[in-house]
Design a protein around this ligand. Structure first.
Ligand code: CAA
Length: 375
């Protein structure tokens, strides 16, 4: 098998890892996952020397690195577990094929020492963009409790990271997300759902202050559509399909679908989608109605690249001003016009307390780019 050819250098790489430094070795031996950049760089140069295909595609390395970290226990006993390691290499190669055209991205399941199993979370563009990829493609990214916990955790991690200027959420293969996990919730009784406040915590997404961009391709149904609507900007791929099919299952949308869809597409269309459980909305119509901001032609890679590019543009703005603007726009959703205008006015006044407002206006007058300090 072709992968076997790569295995020897991986063994060397793992051995090298142990030899790098006592700190590295300690971390390697322990259960802590690796997120150390300098360690990553050392590993990177080791791997590039020994594995030719990584030279051409740094993304493979980065995923490979994460896989290798993920398999730190494997490396302790490489000889006995070749199969698993080969599998992780194979996985990273497949991922790279999907993501290969997006320059400068890295992928991984470990974010700031936390390991995820249902999503990939990684920092891109020098830490300015936090990417979350929903990663249960076999179940069309059905939103299990575990997946949503990880999404929230990654969102909160990015929100707390001062380097991050915008967050991108995307799906995989043919689905953004096909809704809440039906298999997981089918046996719930009213009392279970009520007592555990089932799905309630999903609403914490609306408390995230950093802008969230959804890159939606394929199915965004039920909870998947609601997740997209919880984001601040939705970009759609050509194959995006939005719908609220909950009534087909004998239930109703539970994460704000009945409230948000009507605001996006109007009462009549929202009623048609929700009450029939059919009449999904394709990307073109979603753009016409304003459910998404626009359709990005081309592949999933092109969509993701565009979402990252929008994120970069936002990340260049003053972070506190972005947060104030997001709060104001979202207020329009939640409160009446007069209250909303009052809120906007007070936050508008608040921007005059920022150094970034002084810098932004001075830069305009001096015909130069503003140098925001985010304060
Ligand atoms: N939950 C759990 N598993 C799901 C799922 C979901 N929401 N959606 C798809 N899957 C699983 C399927 O069971 C199937 O698994 P198996 O291979 O183990 O059988 C796998 O994903 C692939 O799905 P299909 O074979 O059905 O794929 P398809 O291409 O034929 O159809 C689809 C695609 C039209 C999206 C179809 O899967 C579908 O209708 N899914 C359910 C959509 C839905 O009803 N979503 C609303 C969920 S309820 C909700 O979200 C409530 C809320 O507001 C909180």
């Amino acid at each position: 098998m072709r992968l076997r050819g790569y295995f020897t250098p991986i063994v060397q790489y793992a051995r090298t890892l142990r030899a790098i430094s006592p700190v590295a070795q300690q971390r390697f031996e322990g259960s802590t996952m690796f997120t150390d950049t300098s360690l990553g760089q050392q590993l990177s140069s080791q791997c590039r020397r020994s594995i030719p295909w990584q030279r051409a595609t740094p993304l493979i390395f980065s995923q490979h690195q994460c896989s290798a970290f993920h398999h730190h226990s494997v490396a302790r006993d490489l000889a006995g577990k070749r199969q698993e390691l080969a599998h992780s290499i194979h996985t990273c190669r497949c991922l790279n094929q999907e993501m290969g055209t997006v320059e400068g991205t890295t992928q991984g399941r470990i974010l700031k020492g936390k390991e995820y199993t249902c999503i990939q979370a990684e920092l891109l563009e020098g830490g300015a963009i936090g990417l979350i990829t929903l990663d249960r493609p076999k179940a069309l990214n059905a939103l299990s409790e575990a997946l949503m916990k990880e999404v929230l955790d990654a969102l909160q991690t990015y929100d707390a990271d001062p380097q991050v200027g915008a967050i991108v959420i995307t799906g995989k293969d043919k689905a953004f997300a096909a809704g809440a996990d039906i298999k997981e919730m089918k046996d719930k009784r009213f009392v279970d759902a009520y007592a555990s406040r089932f799905v309630f915590h999903w609403n914490s997404i609306s408390a995230i202050r950093k802008p969230i961009i959804a890159a939606v391709n394929g199915y965004a149904l039920g909870g998947g559509c609601e997740l997209a609507m919880l984001c601040d900007i939705v970009l759609a791929g050509e194959k995006a399909m939005f719908g609220q099919p909950e009534l087909n299952l004998g239930t109703i949308p539970g994460i704000g679908g009945t409230q948000r869809l009507i605001r996006e597409v109007g009462k009549s269309r929202a009623m048609e989608m929700i009450l029939t459980g059919k009449h999904f909305m394709d990307a073109e119509e979603a753009a016409q109605k304003g459910l998404v901001s626009r359709v990005v032609p081309g592949s999933n890679d092109a969509l993701l690249a565009e979402a990252i590019s929008v994120g970069k543009q936002i990340a260049q703005q003053s972070k506190p001003v972005v947060a104030l603007a997001k709060e104001c726009v979202n207020a329009a959703y939640e409160i009446g016009l007069q209250e909303g205008i009052k809120k906007e006015q007070s936050l508008f006044y608040a921007t005059f307390a920022l150094e970034d407002q002084k810098e932004g206006m001075q830069a305009f007058i001096e015909k130069r780019k503003p140098d925001f300090k985010h304060k």
